[in-house]
Design a protein around this ligand. Structure first.
Ligand code: ARG
Length: 290
C-alpha cells in the first residue's frame, strides 16, 4: 500500500477566464500568454507536492470547462467515500459528469471506495466548502455564496463525523477554502472579515486564542489562506513577508509557488488539488509522523 498523501490535480490545458462567477474573475484581463504561465504554475505546484512527499494523479483537461482545474470542488472525500458535488452556477455544472467518471475510474483502481450523491436540492461544492480538520477529526463546512446551508447536515449524515457549519458573508470569499485553513499543529489560518458575526463567534469559541492565526486583507487577496498543509510544510501562492514570518514562528515551512494565472480565476494551491486519502483515524498517524 502506498502510504504517501494522494492528491488529484487537473491538466490546465483548457484553463482560461472566459466567464465571471466570482468577483476576482475578469475575462477582459485574460491574455493568451497566461495559458503558458498556467502550465508552468500548475507544474510547479505538482512538483512542490511531490517534493513534500505526496503522490499526484492528474486528470485530463476538457474544452469548455476551464474551472475543472479546481478539483477541490469535485467532491468531499473521507475514508474512501466520495460525496459528489453539485454546483450552483451553470458554468460549472458540466464538471459534475466529468468528475463522476473520474471517480468511477479511481474506484475501479481501488483509490476510492464508494460514490455517493447529495440529497435532492442540496448544493455543495466539494472540499472547497468542506475542509477536514485532521487534528480535531471534524469537517468545517462553509455555506452561503455557493453551497447551501442544507449541505451541513448532508455531510454529517454521509460521513458520520462532527461538522461545524460556517456561513460566509462575502462574494469575494465564496468558498471556505479562500478564507479558512486548519493546520497540522491545531492552529487555523483564517480571514475574519469573510465570515458572518455568528460564524466568527463559532470559530473563536472553538479555537483558543493561541491557535488563531488571523490573515490580513492582503494575505487573503494573495490567496495565501488557500494553502495545502502536509505536516510542517505549507504550500501556498506567493505570500506577503509578514505572513511568512508569522507562519515560520509557528514552526511551518513555507513553500511558495507563483500561481498568478489561477488567482485570476479566484483560486490557488488548495483548490487546485483534492486530497483523496484522508481517513477519520488520521489523527494518531499524524502525531506519530511528527
Ligand atoms: N473560478 C472558480 C469558481 O469561481 C474558482 C474556484 C476556486 N475554488 C475554490 N475552492 N476556491 O468557481
Amino acid at each position: 500500500m502506498d502510504q504517501r498523501p494522494l492528491f488529484l490535480m487537473t491538466d490546465p490545458s483548457c484553463f482560461d477566464v472566459s466567464y465571471q462567477i466570482n468577483p476576482w474573475m475578469k475575462p477582459t484581463a485574460w491574455r493568451p500568454e497566461h495559458a503558458a504561465t498556467a502550465q508552468t504554475a500548475s507544474g510547479d505546484l505538482r512538483a512542490s507536492l511531490q517534493e513534500a512527499g505526496a503522490h499526484v494523479e492528474t486528470i485530463g483537461a476538457v474544452r469548455g470547462l476551464p474551472d475543472l482545474v479546481f478539483p477541490a470542488n469535485a467532491a468531499v472525500v473521507l475514508d474512501g467515500k466520495v460525496l459528489l458535488a453539485r454546483f450552483r452556477h451553470p458554468e460549472r455544472q458540466g464538471e459534475e459528469a466529468v468528475f463522476r467518471s473520474v471517480f468511477t475510474r479511481l474506484r475501479s483502481r481501488g483509490l476510492v471506495r464508494e460514490l455517493i450523491d447529495l440529497p435532492e436540492g442540496v448544493l455543495q461544492e466539494g472540499a472547497g466548502d468542506a475542509i477536514w480538520d485532521a487534528r480535531r477529526g471534524l469537517f468545517w463546512v462553509g455555506h452561503g455564496p455557493r453551497s447551501t446551508r442544507s449541505s451541513v447536515k448532508a455531510i454529517a449524515r454521509t460521513f458520520g463525523r462532527e461538522v461545524v457549519g460556517l456561513e460566509l458573508a462575502s462574494d469575494r470569499f465564496y468558498h471556505l477554502d479562500t478564507c479558512f485553513c486548519p493546520l497540522s499543529g491545531g492552529e487555523v489560518l483564517y480571514y475574519p472579515e469573510a465570515f458572518t458575526a455568528q460564524a466568527l463567534a463559532t470559530i473563536r469559541e472553538r479555537l483558543p486564542e493561541p491557535q488563531r492565526i488571523e490573515a490580513t486583507a492582503d494575505d487573503a487577496a494573495a490567496f495565501c489562506v488557500n494553502a495545502v498543509n502536509l505536516d510542517a510544510d505549507l504550500i501556498m501562492a506567493r505570500a506577503p513577508a509578514a505572513l511568512k514570518a508569522r507562519l515560520a514562528a509557528h514552526g511551518y515551512r513555507l513553500i511558495e509557488v507563483d500561481l498568478a494565472p489561477f488567482i485570476l480565476s479566484g483560486g490557488a494551491a488548495y483548490c487546485m488539488t483534492l486530497r483523496l486519502d484522508r481517513t477519520s483515524d488520521a489523527h494518531p498517524a499524524i502525531l506519530a509522523a511528527e
